[in-house]
Design a protein around this ligand. Structure first.
Ligand code: NAP
Length: 484
């Protein structure tokens, strides 16, 4: 099956922070792949802007190197690369100064779609938004893209939203959470709402519990001092895990449209019950003979910041009353694995005897590795040994299902940037969602800080602290194995 690439309209995309890590590692290699696929029109312009003193040629060299390093096999397409380089420009600009804006004004064109990617520290958003208007570069049709972190608590998130709202309407603001750009996450909606099979079972009559796991094998080395001010709750739960929870738990929207979907997600966040402290486990990875501890990585020998969190969450609505959602995320764990597992209830009555009666359906949605889904179903073990039942996965790994001619699954960033150009906000967070998520996490974090809560140590390469296992065992359940 060959997938269709539908070109977007010609655009001018200004990347503030165009020399930074995110621009070089993700945004520009992603745009290059969209260019090669034919989705990005060749008369579009990508304009890097940062303080570094570069000209167009210097910037093109920098980005060619970045594409060679991070762009994948396509970077060997030298004709394509030369054509892509023709779309690139650079303007030296200090977000807080007044030089460079006139040249940016000249480079951006009337009549094409204009987007401004704020790939800089959030403290610069206000200065950028203000200058884009003072210099008449942005208008009420322009789009801006902003990156997490969207604040570090409710108060700072509100301040950030107010800063942006002073210059742009909500319909112009694209808050990126790259988890929402993953193929599987969108497929979750396609599977739920595009098939008759799942929706009737998607409730407390048939679902026993749901597990959401985002596990990493890397530690915080390299960005330890930044991470130490944040921790797993702020860095992962408040945004990525919460977004996954919303998509899995939301009511069917009346249509697949930005506000219809986001209204339903918001209702989920507002229906989250406060979490009892007995239902949360915080952890910190310990040193091994060869690897440093969290505290060494964070260069803070007294740090109480968590690199792991596991929790049991309840949603107070008709659909999910009584169905626990178990969330866990952590660093330096056994495997790099992100997954949502919908564990269905036991059969009400089984016609099979003994052990043969104990089988469960599990729908597992894998974000990484091997994006895809599988549904565990029970079948008869082949052979003459009587009615013995086994569980087998009905595998829906996308790369296999779509065949060798399918277009490579685009990276989350490139897909989301194309959505910005198309003007589709469905997979971006709205300001009220971000605030509602902080309103739920703030009291938990404040409680830990007030009580000087000390995270439990866990072994590097394990599945997290023992208490996280107990969180499940107490309920007669167990975490799914972490498999890379
Ligand atoms: P970075 O590597 O530190 O890059 C920052 C960029 O901002 C550089 O291009 C820098 O260039 C520019 N800059 C700094 N001060 C400036 C000023 N006064 N005026 C104009 N440009 C200025 O940071 P990053 O990792 O790319 O991250 C960018 C944003 O994305 C941050 O908000 C970060 O939290 C967020 N983010 C990053 C990642 C990631 O994977 N890297 C993931 C999620 C979110 P000059 O020094 O040349 O000015």
């Amino acid at each position: 099956m060959v997938s269709r690439v539908i070109p977007v309209e010609t655009f001018d995309l200004v990347i503030f922070g165009g020399t930074g890590d995110l621009a070089r590692r993700k945004i520009l290699p992603g745009l290059f792949r969209r260019f090669l696929s034919g989705q990005m029109p060749p008369d579009s312009r990508i304009i890097g802007a940062a303080r570094s003193d570069l000209d167009d040629a210097g910037y093109r060299n920098m980005i060619a190197e970045a594409i060679a390093e991070f762009g994948g096999v396509e970077s060997k397409d030298s004709k394509g690369l030369a054509a892509f380089m023709g779309c690139l420009h650079y303007v030296p600009i200090d977000a807080t100064g007044d030089t460079g804006w006139a040249r940016l004004f000249d480079l951006t064109r009337e009549g094409v779609i204009q987007a401004f990617y704020f790939s800089v520290a959030p403290s610069l958003f206000g200065a950028l938004a203000e200058r884009l208007h003072t210099h008449k570069i942005a208008d009420d049709r322009s789009r801006i893209v902003v990156e997490k972190p969207f604040g570090r608590d409710l108060e700072s998130a509100k301040a950030l939203n107010d800063t942006l709202a002073a210059h742009f309407k909500e319909t112009q603001i694209y808050r990126i959470d790259h988890y929402l750009g993953k193929e599987t996450v969108q497929n979750l909606m396609a599977v739920r709402f595009g098939n008759v099979l799942f929706e009737p079972l998607w409730n407390n009559h048939y679902v026993d519990h749901i597990q959401i796991t985002v596990a990493e094998t890397v530690g915080v080395g390299g960005r330890g001092s930044y991470y130490d001010k944040s921790g797993a709750m702020r860095d992962m739960v408040q945004n990525h895990l919460m977004q996954l929870l919303c998509l899995i738990a939301m009511e069917p929207p009346a249509m697949f449209g930005a506000d219809a979907v986001r209204d339903e997600k918001l209702k989920v966040i507002r229906a989250l019950q406060p979490v009892d402290y007995h239902h949360i486990v915080r952890g910190q990875y310990d040193a091994t003979d060869t690897e440093p501890s969290y505290r060494e990585d964070a260069e803070n020998p007294k740090s109480f910041t968590e690199s792991f969190v596991a929790m049991k969450v309840n949603i107070a609505n008709w659909r999910w009353a009584g169905v626990p959602f178990y969330l866990r995320t952590g660093k330096k764990l056994k495997a790099r694995s992100s997954e949502i597992a919908v564990v269905f209830q036991d059969l009400g009555h089984s016609i099979f005897k003994g052990d043969e009666a104990r089988h469960r359906n599990i729908l597992s949605i894998r974000l990484q590795p091997n994006e895809g889904m599988d549904l565990q179903v029970t079948i008869k073990e082949p052979g003459p040994g009587g009615m013995r039942l086994i569980d087998v996965p009905l595998d829906m790994t996308f790369a296999d299902a779509l065949g060798p001619d399918a277009e490579e699954v685009p990276d989350a960033y490139e897909r989301l940037i194309m959505d910005v150009i198309r003007g589709d906000q469905t997979l971006f967070m709205r300001g009220d969602e971000v605030e509602a998520a902080w309103a739920w996490t703030d009291p938990l974090i404040e409680g830990w800080e007030r009580r000087n809560d000390v995270p439990k140590l866990y072994e590097t390469g394990s599945a997290g602290p023992e208490d996280a296992m107990m969180l499940m065992h107490r309920d007669g359940r167990r975490w799914r194995e972490l498999k890379g």
